[in-house]
Design a protein around this ligand. Structure first.
Ligand code: GLY
Length: 566
C-alpha cells in the first residue's frame, strides 16, 4: 500500500512538471487500472478476463491456466477485438527459456495473390475487410490449446468454464463495444447470423443492453470436451465450412486440418544495457521496435525531455524509417526472405541516424535499407507475471472491429478479416493505412504480416517489464514509446503507459498525435517540417513491471481493462 501511494505521489509530481498524460476512458478512475502484488499480476483489457485469470491462480492453477482462461473470456467479452475465429501471438518466459508462439491465421489453400483484384487489376472495395473472403484460417484455438496441453496444470474444462458462463449468461454492453457496434452496424446487419446475436428488434445493441452468446457458449463447450477437434473437426468445423459454402468462401476441411501452430525464435535486441525480446515474423513488431530503439540509442532523449519537440521529432523520424522498411522487407519469413539481422543491426541504425537532421524528411526522401541476402536469416493484449519468474505476454485479434463481420451460423463467433493484413497488391494500403509490398502478397498457407508485439524487457538476466497492446500498426510504436518512457525517461509505470503518444508510419507523411500536446510543441514540430493529425492512436497498453520483487501492473486507463494481483 505504501509503495502504491509513493508511486502515485511521484507520478503526480512529475506529471505536473514536464509531461502530460492522456485522458482516462469514459467513467474510468485510475484505481482499477493499477495494482501491486508479489505472487502474481494480471493486466487485461477486460474486467471479466482479469478476474478469470485471478480465479485460476486461486484454484491452484499456473500462469498458462490463467492465460488460457483469459484468452477464452476475452473472446466472449471483446468480440470486437478478438475471438476464437481469430489468431495471435504469445511470448512466454519460464525459468529457463523464452518461447514465441505463433497462432496467426493462414491464407486458405484456394487463395492466391490476385484474390482481392478485379480483372483490370484494381482492388475490389472492402473484399479483404468484410465478409467471407476477408477471413484467414483461424489459429487462436489451436494455439492456446497447444500451450495449455503442454504446460497447463488445471483440466481444460475448468479453464474454459468462466468463458462458457459469460457467453451463456451474458453481460452489459459497455461504451467501447457499443461504439464498435455502431461503427460496423451496416456490415453486421447484412449477415443474418450476426444480426441474430447483435441486434434486438432490428436495432443494433446499445450501451446498457445485454449481450448473450448462447451459440458461442455451445462452441466453447465443444472445445472443452474435445479439445482441438472440438473446433477444427466435427460439428463446429462443419458449421465453418457450411458458412464458407453459403458465401462461396474458400476455407475447407483441409485448411482446418492443416492449421499448425509454430514455435519461433524470438527477436532480441539491446538498448543501453537492457535486453528487448519480442515477436519475430510474421509479426513486424519485434524487428521494428528494436530498429527504432537502435536508432534512438545514441541520442540523449532523457536530457531533452520526454515530450520535448526534439525528442518527438527524432522518435517520429525513427518510426518513419521503420515503416518504409516494413513496406519493402517484411512478410511471412516461411515464404519470403526477411533481412532480420540487417534491420535490427546497430550498423544499420548508425546508417539511418547519419541521415537524420533537425528537420523532417519527406516520404520521398526516406528509402528502405538495402541488405545482403546472405545474412542469418483493431486486437487485444494481456500480460501476466508470477513470483517464479514466469511471464506471458499475448496479443490476439480478429483484426478490425468484429473481423469480417460474419458470424458462423450456429457457432456464434466471428470469422476474422486478417486477409486484409496481406498486401492486396504492391503499394496498396491496408485498414491501418500501412503500405504493403510484394513480400506480403497472398499465397496459400502464408500468414499475413502483423504488427502485434508481445514484448519482454530484461536486465542482468532479470525481467524488468512485459507489455503489449492492440491497434494495428500503432502497436509497435506504442510499445516502443512505453519501453522508452520506462527505461530511458524513468517514468513510473503508470505514467509510462499514460503519457501522451504519437505515431509515424511513413505513409501517410504525418505524425498522428494524441490530443493534449501543448500548442508550442506542435508549432516547433511544424517549423521542422512535420504535419499532424490529431487522434487515430487507440493503443491500450497492458504492462507489468518488476520493481524490488514487487509486481506493478498497469492496464491502460484509456480503456476499461483492470490490473489485479496478489
Ligand atoms: N491485425 C493487426 C496486426 O496483426 O497487426
Amino acid at each position: 500500500m505504501y509503495l502504491k501511494t509513493l508511486i502515485i505521489l511521484v507520478s503526480l509530481v512529475s506529471c505536473s512538471t514536464n509531461y502530460k498524460l492522456a485522458k482516462l476512458g469514459k467513467n474510468q478512475t485510475r484505481k482499477e487500472h493499477e495494482a501491486v502484488g508479489s505472487k502474481y499480476m494480471i493486466t487485461t483489457p477486460g474486467k471479466h478476463a482479469s478476474l478469470a485469470g485471478k480465479k485460476m491462480f486461486e484454484k491452484g492453477g499456473n500462469i498458462v491456466d490463467a492465460a488460457t482462461a483469459i484468452t477464452f473470456v476475452l473472446s466472449v467479452e471483446r468480440p470486437q477485438s478478438t475471438g476464437i475465429g481469430g489468431g495471435g501471438f504469445l511470448l512466454q518466459k519460464s525459468a529457463d527459456k523464452i518461447k514465441a508462439w505463433d497462432f496467426r491465421e493462414k491464407a486458405p489453400l484456394r487463395s492466391h495473390s490476385k484474390i482481392f483484384l478485379d480483372k483490370k487489376g484494381n482492388e475490389i472495395k472492402n473484399k479483404s475487410r468484410d465478409g467471407i473472403f476477408a477471413a484467414g484460417v483461424p489459429g487462436l484455438v489451436a494455439g492456446i490449446l497447444e500451450i495449455h496441453q503442454k504446460e497447463g496444470a488445471l483440466p481444460l474444462k475448468d479453464v474454459i468454464a468462466p468463458a462458457i458462463d459469460l457467453a451463456e449468461n451474458g453481460f452489459t454492453v459497455y461504451p467501447e463495444l457499443a461504439f464498435a457496434l455502431e461503427v460496423r452496424e451496416k456490415v453486421l446487419f447484412s449477415y443474418p447470423s450476426t444480426r441474430k446475436i447483435f441486434f434486438k428488434s432490428g436495432n443494433v445493441l446499445k450501451e446498457g443492453d445485454r449481450l448473450i452468446q448462447k451459440d458461442l457458449a455451445n462452441t466453447l463447450r465443444s472445445i472443452a470436451v474435445f479439445g482441438r477437434d472440438g473446433f477444427y473437426r466435427g460439428q463446429v468445423a462443419r458449421q465453418i465450412i457450411n458458412e464458407n459454402k453459403k458465401w462461396n468462401g474458400l476455407i475447407s476441411q483441409k485448411d482446418l486440418d492443416l492449421y499448425n501452430v509454430k514455435q519461433r525464435t524470438p527477436i532480441t535486441g539491446e538498448y543501453k544495457g537492457y535486453k528487448i525480446i519480442s515477436m519475430p515474423p510474421p509479426s513486424s513488431g519485434g524487428i521494428h521496435i528494436i530498429q527504432i530503439l537502435n536508432i534512438l540509442e545514441k541520442f540523449d532523449l532523457k536530457s531533452w525531455g520526454i515530450q520535448n519537440p526534439k525528442t518527438i521529432h527524432y522518435t517520429a523520424s525513427a518510426m518513419q524509417q521503420a515503416f518504409a522498411d516494413r513496406a519493402k522487407h517484411l512478410g511471412d519469413a516461411d515464404f519470403v526472405h526477411v533481412p532480420v539481422y540487417g534491420l535490427t543491426s546497430k550498423g544499420y541504425a548508425e546508417e539511418v541516424r547519419s541521415k537524420l537532421t533537425d528537420k523532417a524528411r519527406s516520404k520521398e526522401d526516406v528509402y528502405p535499407g538495402k541488405f545482403s541476402k546472405k545474412e542469418a536469416d483493431h486486437t487485444t493484449h494481456f500480460t501476466i507475471m508470477d513470483d517464479k519468474g514466469n511471464v506471458i505476454s499475448s496479443t490476439q485479434t480478429v483484426n478490425g472491429f468484429f473481423g469480417s463481420g460474419l458470424v458462423v451460423s450456429g457457432a456464434g463467433f466471428f470469422l476474422n478479416n486478417e486477409m486484409d493484413d496481406f498486401s492486396t497488391k504492391p503499394g496498396a494500403i491496408n485498414l491501418f493505412g500501412a503500405v504493403g509490398g510484394s513480400k506480403n502478397l497472398v499465397e496459400p498457407e502464408k500468414r499475413p504480416l502483423s504488427s502485434m508485439s508481445p514484448s519482454i524487457v530484461m536486465k542482468d538476466g532479470e525481467v524488468v517489464m512485459a507489455l503489449g497492446t492492440p491497434n494495428g500498426t500503432r502497436i509497435l510504436t506504442c510499445v516502443a514509446q512505453t519501453i522508452l518512457n520506462y527505461i530511458e525517461h524513468k517514468l513510473p509505470l503508470y505514467d509510462s503507459v499514460m503519457a501522451l503518444r504519437y505515431h509515424h508510419q511513413w505513409h501517410p507523411d504525418k505524425i498522428w498525435i494524441e490530443e493534449g500536446f501543448p500548442e508550442k510543441t506542435l508549432a516547433d514540430l511544424k517549423t521542422r517540417g512535420h504535419q499532424f493529425k490529431e487522434g487515430g492512436i487507440w493503443c491500450k497498453v497492458q504492462a507489468i513491471a518488476r520493481e524490488n520483487s514487487k509486481l506493478i501492473g498497469v492496464s491502460d486507463a484509456r480503456g476499461r481493462g483492470i490490473a489485479v494481483g496478489e
